[in-house]
Design a protein around this ligand. Structure first.
Ligand code: PHE
Length: 342
């Protein structure tokens, strides 16, 4: 037994001095000492030779030796990892994970289509804040405080400042444009607007609009009709007709609501148009002289028209979507259907 213990001592020195420079040397070491045919295993095999009364003592020596051999190996295990990351075990021939393309939201599809039609007519896009002050959303638009038409929309006010509110229409952007722009003005204002409505299939507390404004010298109602007629032909097809019905908005005079031939039944009458052959899609009119004056524009020199439409309404008609809430629920099963639409 003394001989084996001496041998172990020699191995221990060899192990302590072992300094591998690379993964190969480490592997040689592993095979030599820790492999199935390695030295540690072989020496454990010597246990049989040891007389019973010394087995305990020898067992301790063996365990300490094994532990030393293993620890030394672990000290340099990083060499093995470095070598592995250098080798290329990625299989480039495997088929890749499919890249799923997102789909456009139906509101975006319709909004973009509306914008593109007006852009071709020379309208540029104007944007403004969703948190507005009373002046831009109401007062400048000929809706002074206590004006009954303020009740046409239920407004969200902001506690911090009674002058602040969430815009109820993007006409507020038109006011900003009139205050700042040089003549002529030819803009469309797409954006989100807010009204304090109880949420249901037919109403929501926010929705999207595209409003338009054209101000120059000698702009007439005929220009308004021609522009919107062109828009309708582009948007809903050559066979669409329009009709104007007198209406009221405080910021336009005269005012009208415009209907188009029902694009589901082509005017024959169906459930979408409630068997009238027509669907209402926008409000419009000649900008009220008082509004021009409020924005520093001389109504004797300039005139203009404005219009506004709800994107949700047009989208619902177009795709026969029955519930407004679908637009804001982010349900993939709904949203995916519009991939190739329009
Ligand atoms: N601002 C109106 C609305 O939100 C729409 C409109 C715009 C009507 C311009 C006439 C002229 O309902």
């Amino acid at each position: 037994m003394e001989q084996i213990v001496q041998q172990i001592e020699a191995y221990k020195q060899e192990i302590s001095a072992f300094e591998p420079k690379n993964a190969d040397e480490l592997e040689q070491y592993r095979i030599k000492f820790l492999g199935t045919k390695g030295i540690v295993k072989a020496i454990f095999g010597e246990m049989k030779q040891v007389p019973n009364e010394r087995k305990k003592e020898f067992g301790q020596i063996l365990n300490a030796f094994k532990q030393l051999a293993e620890e030394r190996y672990e000290t340099f295990a990083h060499l093995k990892d470095a070598a592995a990351s250098g080798t290329n075990d990625i299989d480039y021939t495997l088929p890749a994970e499919p890249h799923r393309l997102g789909t456009r939201h139906p509101i975006s599809i319709v909004r973009n289509k509306i914008i593109r039609i007006f852009e071709r007519l020379g309208f540029t896009i104007a944007e403004g804040p969703e948190i507005e002050d009373d002046w831009h959303n109401f007062t400048a638009l000929n809706l002074p405080e206590n004006h009954p038409a303020r009740d046409m929309t239920d407004t969200f006010y902001i506690n911090q400042n009674p002058d602040w509110l969430l815009r109820t229409h993007t006409s507020s952007v038109q006011v900003r444009a009139m205050e700042n722009s040089k003549m002529p003005i030819r803009i469309i204002c797409p954006g989100r607007v807010y009204r304090n409505e109880t949420i249901s299939a037919r109403a929501h507390c926010f929705f999207h609009q595209v409003e338009g404004l054209y101000i120059a010298e000698n702009v007439s109602f005929a220009d308004l009709k021609q522009t919107l007629y062109h828009f309708v032909k582009e948007m809903f097809g050559e066979n669409s007709e329009v009709r104007f019905r007198p209406s009221y908005f405080p910021f336009t005079e005269p005012s009208a609501e415009m209907d188009v031939t029902c694009f589901i039944c082509g005017g024959k009458g169906c459930s979408v148009c409630k068997h009238t052959g027509w669907v209402e899609i926008l409000g419009c009119g000649m900008v009220h002289p008082e509004v021009l004056r409020n924005c520093g524009i001389d109504p004797e020199k300039y005139t203009g028209f404005a219009f506004g439409m709800g994107i949700e309404r047009i989208t619902m008609l177009k795709y026969q979507i029955k519930d407004l809430r679908l637009f804001s629920e982010n349900d993939q099963r709904f949203l995916k259907q519009f991939e190739t639409a329009l």
